[in-house]
Structure formats: structure tokens, C-alpha cells
Design a protein around this ligand. Structure first.
Ligand code: FES
Ligand SMILES: [Fe+2]
Length: 331
């Protein structure tokens, strides 16, 4: 073990993770129903205080929270006024693209009155914002996931966790084939096949599990679209899709949410089974949780030939880092 690896041993210091905390990509800032027309949300993501608001007409926006005038947090007491946001302190009016539209008591708006605005898209019932450490424009689109808009699929169930670990520890589970056996109780270690193309990484594992009356085979496919949006499909006794959206809050904390849907096509037996499947997936998440929250991060783990494509996944992930001062780019 190298000295560098030793110094990243567990401890709440900045050496726990030897790579930047905030990769570039689309990240969930809220579910659609958490931000109704006229509402304002205060957010703490990417180590940054943000404000989200939805205009009276229904358009969602995300801005830096601290007002450029005198620094009030617009997520605390700010209010929607038509299609813009009023700061609570001196009533300046901010548009969703970051421009100041009005200073109620001044004859002219200061020339530099701008705040940072984020690109936002609303898909699959989720508001996603584009984070880029150097302010570059979005480089890909968030996909629509058919299961969340097709008939025959159950009303989605949403679960939320605040996890004391970085998103990478969690997302790389999809290629950590040995842990399926020892954490999730599969009957054998599945062979995980991986491929990637640009911002998309796909992993597929064929798993055997205990089931009522014997054992069942299933196919687990995860497709990552950048670091913040992972679609997990589990086909077997019953088809299940979950969206894993993990948004960095600060250097060590991640806001993780899973949104599950199950294909029941209205069959009462499948409806019953669906609830059990979601309960089981939540239990599986809780099996992972103490590992993630207490593990260290080795940039050069001692991998063996049965470990699966973990190195390939980390190599793919490097493309999302452009902030590098003082940190390795390499996950
Ligand atoms: S601090 Fe926002 S208007 Fe003054
Ligand atoms: Fe896992």
C-alpha cells in the first residue's frame, strides 16, 4: 500500500477522496412535485447555496442563492413574482436567466447586476440542473425513461437518503460483481459485462437468487448517463426499473434518491409482488450503506481477476472532471 493510499484511510479529512468532489453533468435538484408553480426551494448542493423557483407559468429555474446586491439568501424568504424571483432583502427582481430586471427604488439597474443561472431540464418527473466546474454548456441530454411514462407500470415510489460518502463509491457498485454475492446474497458471483460510449456506460449482470420455491434468474442492467443519472433495469420474475440520482452536497455527503417502478399491468398477483420487490431493493440499499459510509477510497485498489470491470468504470468516469487544482483527476 502506498503512502498516498494510507493517508486516505478513513477519517473526516479532505484526503478521504483523492479526486475532485463535483464532477460535470446533470444532477437532480428536486422532484417535480417538490417545486410547484410559485414555490421557492433552498438547496445546498455542490458545496454551494442555491435557490430553485418555479414561475407562475410553471417554468423551473435554479440560481445562485446569494443575491449579488448585498448577499441575502434568496431561498430564505425570496418569493416568485410572475416569471421572476424577488429577493427578500431589498426587493430586487431576478429573472431565471440570471439578469436583474428591476430595482424598485433606483433610476437604473447597475450594469453588472447578474447572478449565476443553471441550465435546468425537467424529465421523468425530476428537475435536473447542469453542473460544470468551468461553466461550460451542457454536453449531452437527459434521456426520457419510458417506464415512467408508459401504461402498465406502477406509480413510482421515491426513497431518499443523505449518505456520508461520495456518489462514486455508490455508483461503481454496478460493476463490482463480487459484492453482489457477499452484500446482496446472490447465489453466485455474476459475470458483469461492461461497455461505454461517450458519456454513457452500460453494465449487465446475470444473477441467480433465492426465490419462493427455489431459485430465480434475473438480468440486471445499469446505464449511467454521466455521474448523476443511472437507470437500473431488473428483469426476472417481474420487471423493475429504478432511477438512481445522486447529487453531491459537499465534499463527503451525497443526496441519493431512488425512484422505483414495477411492471404489473394491473395483475393483482404482480401488484402484490411489486411491493415486495421494492421493499427488497430498499433493504439491499441498506445492506450497502454501512460499507459506503465507513469505507476508505483507494485510488489504486488491489483488484483481482474476479472483481469485474471496476477499473474500466473509473477510467470512464475521468472524463467528467475538469477541476483539478491540488487534486488528481483520476478516480
Ligand atoms: S440583498 Fe437582495 S435585494 Fe438587496
Ligand atoms: Fe450494492
Amino acid at each position: 500500500m502506498s503512502n498516498e493510499d494510507r493517508c486516505s484511510s478513513r477519517g473526516r479529512d479532505s484526503n478521504r477522496y483523492p479526486f475532485p468532489a463535483y464532477p460535470n453533468g446533470w444532477f437532480r435538484v428536486a422532484y417535480s412535485d417538490e417545486l410547484r408553480a410559485g414555490q421557492v426551494l433552498s438547496l445546498e448542493l455542490f458545496g454551494t447555496r442555491l435557490v430553485a423557483f418555479r414561475t407562475v407559468q410553471g417554468t423551473p429555474f435554479v440560481l445562485d442563492a446569494y443575491c449579488p446586491h448585498m448577499g441575502a439568501d434568496m431561498g430564505v424568504g425570496g418569493r416568485v413574482d410572475g416569471e421572476a424571483l424577488r429577493c427578500p432583502f431589498h426587493d430586487w427582481l431576478w429573472s431565471g436567466d440570471g439578469r436583474c430586471l428591476e430595482v424598485p427604488y433606483a433610476s437604473r439597474i447597475p450594469a453588472r447586476a447578474m447572478t449565476r443561472a443553471f441550465e435546468v431540464v425537467e424529465k421523468n418527473g425530476i428537475l435536473m440542473a447542469w453542473w460544470h466546474s468551468e461553466g461550460e454548456a451542457p454536453q449531452w441530454q437527459v434521456p426520457d425513461v419510458d417506464a415512467f411514462s408508459s401504461s402498465g407500470w406502477r406509480e413510482p415510489v421515491v426513497k431518499h437518503w443523505k449518505v456520508n460518502a461520495r456518489w462514486l463509491d455508490m455508483n461503481e457498485n454496478c460493476v463490482d460483481q463480487a459484492h453482489f454475492r457477499y452484500i446482496h446474497g446472490t447465489l453466485a458471483i455474476p459475470a458483469t459485462q461492461a461497455s461505454h460510449d461517450g458519456h454513457v456506460f452500460r453494465a449487465e449482470s446475470h444473477i441467480r437468487q433465492k426465490a419462493p420455491g427455489g431459485e430465480a434468474e434475473g438480468c440486471l442492467v445499469t446505464v449511467d448517463h454521466g455521474p448523476g443519472f443511472q437507470v437500473v433495469t431488473l428483469a426476472g420474475l417481474i420487471d423493475t426499473v429504478l432511477l438512481n440520482t445522486a447529487t453531491p452536497m459537499d465534499e463527503e455527503t451525497t443526496d441519493v434518491s431512488f425512484m422505483y417502478t414495477v411492471k404489473t399491468e394491473g395483475h393483482p398477483r404482480k401488484e402484490k409482488l411489486a411491493a415486495a420487490v421494492v421493499d427488497d431493493l430498499v433493504t439491499q440499499f441498506h445492506n450497502d450503506l454501512p460499507i459506503w459510509e465507513n469505507k476508505s477510497y483507494w485510488s489504486r485498489p488491489m483488484l483481482c481477476d474476479g472483481d469485474g470491470p471496476i477499473g474500466e468504470y473509473r477510467d470512464w468516469m475521468k472524463q467528467f472532471f475538469t477541476e483539478a487544482p491540488g487534486k488528481e483527476k483520476t478516480p
